[in-house]
Design a protein around this ligand. Structure first.
Ligand code: ARG
Length: 571
């Protein structure tokens, strides 16, 4: 609201539009230079005048026409600096409630988010964690901004691994074990199949072209599935159900939800229809062996991207073509975000290019949100399969370690909330594209830029509020005298929150909110260190500080909610 006052002011005196000013106004690197600043370069181009002269001129024009939100302005070089009215800001911050930061930016426009997408029949592993947690945070952010986010879990429910599982299921299934622990039993079946197949695999040859007894059995099952064979389908359904049960257990722990569970198999036919249409229009070509391709670059005969296999079956990209078109038809999305590992960059570039060649006009709405690797460094980690780190194991181990930590510190606190918060936070504080270096020590520490530190700051604030419960501070009269520096900094930081959320949504980057939360807690802890709250004699000041602490709690709780991290009153 203070930024808005600045925007209104500048827009009155210049030719700049309010929408543009929103992105032009900056927060200076240090508070000596004001709370906001406006770089005059853009006007300098328009008016053909040096930017520092423009800044000086604006100060002269505006200094005696300032609205109540702005205390003073000054120029420094090409910048026009604004010092806002801190008391007024403080009054506003004391009034915030649980809606703080919510805006109607989205106007209910739809944003589809394709995230998590594990493979049926295989357990979720550490490779799924970033997509799951980043995707969920985006869902929360867009919801908060009043978009209509649609969570899509595009399950990997096709491919040779399914054929392998069906073979193994028929041969070796232990029904009781499946009932008790579906994930472990399916994994056992898959591993057993791979063990049998292993000695016959020809190194360096793609799976599709392997030609041995075991692989062929699996391919046979896939063919049966495609032909609609009842028995194969029944097993496939059972495998799917058991798998989903396992996934849902993890989604429950993580509190992650989806609106659309349609997997790849649902889009094979739609994808093939699109390919057929492209062939008809001459936008795709058929090879002698029957495979169909699109030239990604007209002038480059080597830029072929195959969209249909020679045996006429749909591949990964065929299904993605079908899914994209189908989703646009169903949801009329304003944005479609694929939260997928950076190693699939070429796949998505090709997908978007092909849709463009086929003249679908929603391409500018599609985004591949790439994320990097999660590295476990030197952590020793025993896994059930030997080479993959299972997500369930990581979660359980983190929760166990959180339990130990809580015991060691002799504090209260819910180990699941601490453990899950720690994992989510270490993932979200990193920009998606950067690699994450995971270690339990750095995730679970109660100090530094970690989830537990943030939760602990919240609990600390809660305990102060609890101690003051019978002081009725919400009703007492507030008198804002001169603010201490650390009060001022905390108030200003809280006031930044709405803009941070908007930025995080626009940039599809929850790390902005994560790191903001950390800075917010640092300022709170500094304030708490410098400003006595319950020891001060001045009752009006005490009430003011208590209410500020309450506002800090509200703001932090909202920020952490957007990261999917729960708070606790005691810890
Ligand atoms: N299940 C796929 C994999 O494991 C990722 C799916 C990503 N989403 C998509 N629409 N292609 O590689």
């Amino acid at each position: 609201m203070f930024k808005q006052a600045i925007i209104d002011l500048i827009s009155k005196k210049t030719s700049l539009r309010k929408e543009d000013l929103l992105n032009l106004i900056e927060i200076p690197p240090n508070s000596e230079l004001g709370d906001y600043s406006f770089p005059c370069f853009i006007l300098s181009k328009k008016e053909k005048k040096a930017p520092n002269l423009i800044a000086e001129h604006l100060v002269k024009q505006l200094h005696n026409k300032l609205p109540k939100e702005i205390e003073t302005i000054s120029s420094s070089g090409p910048y026009l600096n604004f010092f806002i009215n801190k008391k007024l800001l403080a009054e506003n911050i004391l009034k915030i409630n649980s809606k703080f930061g919510k805006t109607n930016l989205g106007k209910k426009r739809t944003i589809c988010i394709d995230f998590s997408h594990p493979n049926i029949g295989k357990p979720m592993h550490i490779g799924h964690i970033r997509s799951t947690i980043i995707g969920d945070s985006l869902m929360r952010i867009y919801n908060f901004l009043n978009y209509n986010p649609i969570g899509i879990n595009y399950l990997g429910d096709v491919g040779l691994h399914i054929g392998k599982l069906i073979v193994a299921y028929e041969l070796w299934l232990d029904k009781n074990a499946l009932k008790k622990d579906p994930v472990t039993e399916l994994l056992r079946l898959y591993v057993k199949f791979c063990g049998e197949e292993k000695s016959e695999i020809r190194e360096g040859m793609e799976e599709e072209f392997q030609d041995n007894e075991w692989t062929n059995k699996a391919k046979e099952k896939i063919k049966l599935l495609e032909l609609g064979d009842k028995k194969a389908h029944k097993i496939w359904d059972e495998i799917r159900e058991s798998s989903l049960e396992g996934f849902k257990k993890i989604y429950d722990i993580l509190d992650v939800n989806f609106d659309d569970w349609r997997g790849q198999s649902n889009f094979s036919i739609k994808g093939k229809d699109i390919v057929a249409l492209a062939l008809e229009k001459g936008l795709a070509k058929r090879e002698n062996d029957g495979a169909v391709y699109v030239l990604l670059n007209e002038k480059d005969p080597d830029s072929k991207k195959y969209v249909l296999r020679s045996n006429e079956t749909a591949s990964y990209i065929t299904q993605d073509l079908g899914a994209a078109v189908e989703r646009y038809k169903k949801y009329k999305f304003d944005k479609m975000i694929y939260v997928v590992d950076f190693r699939q960059e070429d796949h998505f570039k090709a997908l978007f290019k092909i849709l463009e060649i086929l003249k679908y006009d929603f391409i500018p709405k599609m985004h591949h949100l790439k994320f990097g690797t999660i590295k476990f460094g030197n952590e020793i980690f025993a896994t059930r399969e030997g080479n993959v780190i299972l997500l369930e194991d990581v979660l359980n181990k983190t929760i166990d370690k959180a339990k130990d930590e809580i015991k060691k510190r002799q504090t209260k606190g819910d180990a699941e909330k601490v453990g899950v918060g720690a994992i989510k936070y270490i993932i979200l504080k990193n920009e998606p594209i950067k690699d994450v270096q995971f270690s339990w020590e750095s995730a679970l520490s109660f100090e530094g830029n970690t989830g537990p530190y943030l939760q602990y700051s919240y609990a600390r604030a809660s305990s102060i509020i609890k101690k003051a419960k019978n002081k009725n501070f919400n009703k007492s009269k507030i008198k804002i005298n001169k603010l201490e520096k650390s009060e001022e900094l905390l108030i200003k930081k809280i006031s930044d929150f709405p803009e941070i959320v908007i930025n995080a949504g626009e940039k599809m980057n929850p790390s902005l909110i994560a790191n903001y939360s950390h800075e917010l807690c640092q300022l709170f802890n500094e304030f708490y260190h410098n400003c006595p709250v319950l020891k001060t004699k001045d009752k009006a000041q005490e009430a003011f500080r208590l209410r500020l602490i309450d506002s800090f709690r509200t703001c932090l709780q909202n920020a952490l909610h957007l990261l999917g991290i729960e708070v606790m009153d005691e810890m």
